[in-house]
Design a protein around this ligand. Structure first.
Ligand code: DP6
Length: 368
């Protein structure tokens, strides 16, 4: 006897970055952020959860290796919240629901309700974990959706987003596809801090993301501790939060809704630059980009400065870069440009330029 649910969730890459918490337990951010959820055909986390009355403890496997599930308060917070909702549902069951096949089977075998069964969680990334490629986002989004399905909870995407947020801030955005805003909210309870859809993926189907894996090593400063030191020490940070980000969120939404690539690209690059400037302004400073990352920025700049040979007119801004908490670049470009840019990348950075290996870090929940 048992129930199983499997969910695959995509990663999202922020174009207006979340960096800083006002409450680190509830994972409430200092600012709103905006991201693009990538197609899950390429980068994703697949999570399967099985519940059985015969299991004696909750267990977790990450990329095939068993980890201590209870070592992560964030993971247990997400599971606890979903169990609470399941319990609520069980308490609310009307007499007709009590005659459902699952309850009849449970009654027949004298087993406790589903909310009390232990679970086994197996989660796999198809990309390097903790290398600044948003693995915790897809990891927690897949976990909460899989458990919510297993518990047959009819909860809204808003609620799911809030529960995923308890695992990792950026995970609340991976609940939606397309263009997504995480509204920071102001309430101490966090009830107004969740993601909303800005536009579906179909709104701008020609916009593509290219990931340049510079290194698949685990990042030197995890996002959680990095942003906490930034909040405490950076003098640029308060200006970013009060003056820069609120305007950028509005401008970025306009750029997306108008499918204005030049505006989108300029904002994305400036936003990435400022995020890394604030990291550098942190004490001790945080360096996420390396020499190859900076060379990629130069290459994007070179590409965007090209002049048409016949008309002698600038070709314009056709490619944008953004870097999260690691050296890997995410390039945004329209579909008809991406091939030309890849050719240039392959010319300057032949395969093997970066510090990549085939070793994946089995740690989407930040346990290691
Ligand atoms: C630079 O969501 O990984 O990628 O909430 O502490 O788990 P925690 O942090 P996390 O931070 C992501 C930071 C970022 C920017 C972003 O995705 O918005």
């Amino acid at each position: 006897m048992g129930y199983e649910s499997t969910v695959t969730s995509p990663v999202n890459i922020a174009v207006v970055k979340y960096w800083g918490k006002r409450n680190s337990e509830l994972i409430l951010p200092t600012n709103s952020s905006l991201s693009c959820t990538l197609s899950q055909d390429h980068l994703n986390t697949k999570t399967s959860i099985r519940a059985s009355p015969s299991y004696t403890s909750d267990r977790l496997w990450l990329n095939g290796f068993e980890e201590d599930l209870y070592a992560s308060a964030r993971l247990t917070n997400c599971i606890r919240e979903l169990r609470r909702l399941r319990k609520e549902k069980e308490n609310e069951l009307s007499s007709s629901d009590l005659a459902s096949p699952e309850n009849l089977e449970a009654a027949e075998h004298h087993v406790p309700p589903l909310s009390e069964w232990c679970i086994h969680v197996a989660s796999e990334n198809n990309f390097p974990t903790a290398a600044g490629l948003a693995s915790s986002a897809s990891g927690y989004a897949a976990l909460v959706q899989a458990l919510s399905n297993l518990y047959d909870l009819s909860i809204s995407l808003t609620q799911l987003s809030m529960i995923a947020r308890l695992g990792s801030g950026s995970a609340c955005r991976s609940v939606y596809g397309g263009f997504v805003e995480w509204q920071a909210g102001i309430l101490p309870s966090g009830e107004d801090s969740y993601a909303v859809s800005v536009a579906p993926e179909t709104h701008w189907p020609t916009l593509q993301a290219l990931i340049l894996v510079v290194s698949d090593k685990k990042k030197s400063t995890p996002s959680t501790s990095g942003m906490s030191t930034t909040v405490k020490t950076s003098e640029l940070f308060p200006i970013r939060i009060s003056e820069v980000v609120p305007k950028r969120i509005i401008q970025m939404k306009e750029a997306i809704l108008q499918r204005d690539f030049t505006k989108f690209a300029l904002l994305t690059m400036k936003e990435s630059n400022q995020f890394h400037a604030v990291c550098l302004d942190t004490y001790p400073p945080i360096f996420y980009m390396n020499d190859i990352s900076r060379a990629i920025i130069k290459l994007v700049d070179l590409f965007n400065s090209q002049v048409d040979e016949i008309t002698k007119k600038p070709k314009g801004i056709r490619v944008a870069y953004t870097f999260d908490a690691g050296p890997n670049a995410v390039i945004y470009a329209e579909k008809d440009v991406i091939k030309e840019f890849i050719e240039l990348v392959m010319y300057f950075f032949p395969r093997g330029t970066g510090q990549t290996s085939n070793s994946f870090f089995p740690d989407p929940f930040g346990l290691l």
